[in-house]
Design a protein around this ligand. Structure first.
Ligand code: CP
Ligand code: NVA
Length: 307
């Protein structure tokens, strides 16, 4: 049984296969309508169960469309309306019950530890749809998007400006697996976890961290950022935003990157904070394609787990 929890857990050849499969499947259905089922109906008779402990627009809708296109079914469990969420059924028992109803689970949790505990009791595969620690599906979509527009990501320079959060955690793991250069610019207080940096360095990642946003953005092939305050972030928001202000992606930053560099943001965005309207709506921005590719990469991840 294969779970998709963190990018670091998956062999690099397998990750490459997931991306390439997503690209070819997307191309194959380019003339079909958004909700049309793929001709082979690869997941006919299979059900994905989705659980969201936090809000979601893209993850929820892209997984729904993914299952629809694959010819499968969907069940959605709202923790607030179930025994699991109210605490009167153990995680163990809910996981065992879900294993009777579905073939695969996609879960978004508050705490990564909670996700791992749930996955331990499940008898079917599980996909991480975001935890406080990581967001692997998003970063897989970003890699697919980069390659669709700019060719192989290997040896390209990706600049991350802003908070050292769950997206950058998955991005660091990807830098090791896909062999790209990752320059992270952030204030000392909001650096990514030391443990993941050490792991990446041990695995010969080409990553470096600086306090200087201009240095990171210099000649980058892609500039990325995310909200400064993530869901469930328990911080003094005013203080955090003040420290992160110099890391805003604006026209000046994009000018330092390569002329044909792209701008990425997983969304939702706080326009005017981590990114200006000018960049978000500008020619270099590929944020809508990133959202679209969530469908295609997740179709490939679901099939990989069930294979
Ligand atoms: N990028 C992303 O995961 O968005 P949602 O929170 O809307 O799912
Ligand atoms: N870092 C953000 C990502 C949202 C998709 C959060 O965790 O809220």
């Amino acid at each position: 049984m294969k779970n998709f929890i963190n990018i670091a857990d998956v062999d690099k050849k397998e990750l490459r296969k997931i991306i390439d499969h997503a690209k070819s499947q997307k191309e194959k259905r380019s003339k079909l309508r958004k909700s049309a089922i793929d001709s082979e109906k690869p997941l006919a008779g299979k059900t994905l169960v989705m659980i969201f402990e936090k809000p979601s627009t893209r993850t929820r809708l892209s997984f729904e469309l993914a299952m629809k296109q694959l010819g499968g079914e969907l069940l959605v469990l709202n923790p607030k309306e179930s025994h699991y969420g109210s605490g009167d059924e153990s995680i163990h028992d809910t996981a065992k019950v879900l294993s009777q109803y579905g073939d695969i689970v996609m879960m978004r949790t508050q705490r990564h530890k909670h996700f791992l505990e749930f996955s331990k009791y499940l008898d079917i595969p599980i996909i991480n749809g975001l935890t406080n620690l990581s967001h692997p599906c998003q970063v897989m979509s970003d890699i697919m998007t980069f390659e669709e527009l700019k060719g192989p990501i290997q040896n390209k320079k990706i600049a991350w400006l802003g908070d050292g959060n769950n997206i950058v955690y998955s991005l660091i793991e990807s830098a090791v697996k896909f062999n790209f250069e990752l320059a992270i610019a952030c204030p000392k207080k909001f650096r990514p976890e030391e443990k993941i940096i050490k792991w990446a360095k041990k695995n010969k990642a080409k990553i470096w961290i600086t306090k200087d946003p201009f240095e990171a953005a210099n000649l980058a092939d892609c500039v990325m950022t995310d909200k400064w305050i993530s869901m469930g972030d328990r911080v003094n928001e005013k203080k955090k935003k003040k420290l992160l202000k110099p890391y805003q992606v604006n026209k000046k930053i994009m000018k330092l990157a390569k002329e044909k560099a792209i701008f990425m943001h997983c969304l939702p965005a706080s326009r005017g904070e981590e990114v200006t309207n000018e960049v978000m709506d500008g020619k270099q921005s590929v944020v809508w394609l990133e959202a679209l590719n969530r469908i295609h990469v997740q179709k490939s991840i679901i099939q990989w787990c069930l294979r």
